[in-house]
Design a protein around this ligand. Structure first.
Ligand SMILES: Nc1ncnc2c1ncn2[C@@H]1O[C@H](COP(=O)(O)OP(=O)(O)OP(=O)(O)O)[C@@H](O)[C@H]1O
Length: 249
């Protein structure tokens, strides 16, 4: 699904403040894989996600999605495949618009199949049903401005919006860093459910080693712009938080 070959990213090339953020990354991420990325500050995790999403372009190397070379494609042109959830719950939604209008915008993003976009009752009912699955009581607040909700509620809705269209890839960049522990657990559980239900290919960047052990089908440790460890299958399934902690010793 995602193929990254000899990917490099250098910031401020040739200047005194030049930084090699990624050097020669090679990754093959299959459809339906849920990859967790851990690594110390500045190891290149967000840069890798930014490159896959297209919010920055590579210095060298190639990125393919579903066998399409997207290396030079702008972020907007990759959005038919990719949805992204950020650390800040304020990103990704329009605060002044109601919950239902935010869902309309999300559906319009890639012209969702199977949903009548607009002010139809059918659309509203579908959104209401989906929101009810979050079990947060938000299905009765469709007309409320999304900016009045808590960070956890907003992240949960943003996740749900991201699967209202045909996106196949979900990028989660520390999505729970700004949330209290209970909301964080809730949001990651919802993400996990959606990834499984819609068979998404997902990448989660996190500093929380308990979450890194609990979620995903594969785990990658980055260090100084390279991939240090790459573990999947039974080894990932049985990996414990304390073992992960030792990776950082
Ligand atoms: N826009 C930029 N301009 C200059 N340097 C940058 C830029 N973005 C990232 N860097 C540098 O690239 C390196 C990798 O940064 P990146 O944000 O990818 O790390 P990270 O692993 O996500 O870190 P953290 O865990 O702290 O979020 C760092 O040295 C960072 O300072």
């Amino acid at each position: 699904m995602i193929s990254v070959k000899q990917l490099q990213k250098t910031f401020n090339t040739g200047k005194p403040n030049e930084v090699i953020a990624l050097s020669d990354i090679n990754l093959e991420i299959g459809a339906g894989e849920y990859v967790v990325i851990v690594g110390s500050n500045g190891s290149g995790k967000s840069t890798l996600l930014n490159l896959i999403a297209g919010s920055i372009l590579a210095s060298k190397g190639t990125i393919s999605i579903d066998s399409n070379d997207v290396t030079k494609l702008a972020e907007y042109d990759r959005s038919k495949w990719i949805a992204r959830i950020f650390q800040n719950p304020l990103l990704g939604t329009a605060a002044d618009l109601s919950i239902i209008d935010n869902f309309r915008l999300a559906a319009l993003r890639t012209k969702s199949k199977g949903l009548t976009i607009g002010k139809t009752e059918q659309f509203k009912n579908t959104v209401r049903e989906r929101i009810a699955t979050l079990d947060m009581g938000l299905e009765n607040k469709l007309e409320q401005p999304i900016g009045t909700l808590s960070g956890g509620q907003r992240q949960a809705l943003t996740l749900l919006m991201s699967v209202m269209d045909d996106c196949q890839i979900l990028l989660l960049d520390e999505p729970t860093a700004a949330l209290d522990p209970r909301s964080a657990d809730n949001v990651l559980r919802i993400a996990d459910d959606l990834i499984k239900k819609f068979k998404l290919t997902a990448i989660l960047v996190t500093h929380n080693l308990r979450d890194a052990a609990a979620y995903g089908t594969r785990i990658i440790q980055m260090h100084e712009g390279t991939v240090l460890k790459d573990i999947s299958g039974t080894e990932k399934d049985t990996l414990k938080q304390n073992q992960l902690f030792e990776w950082f010793a």
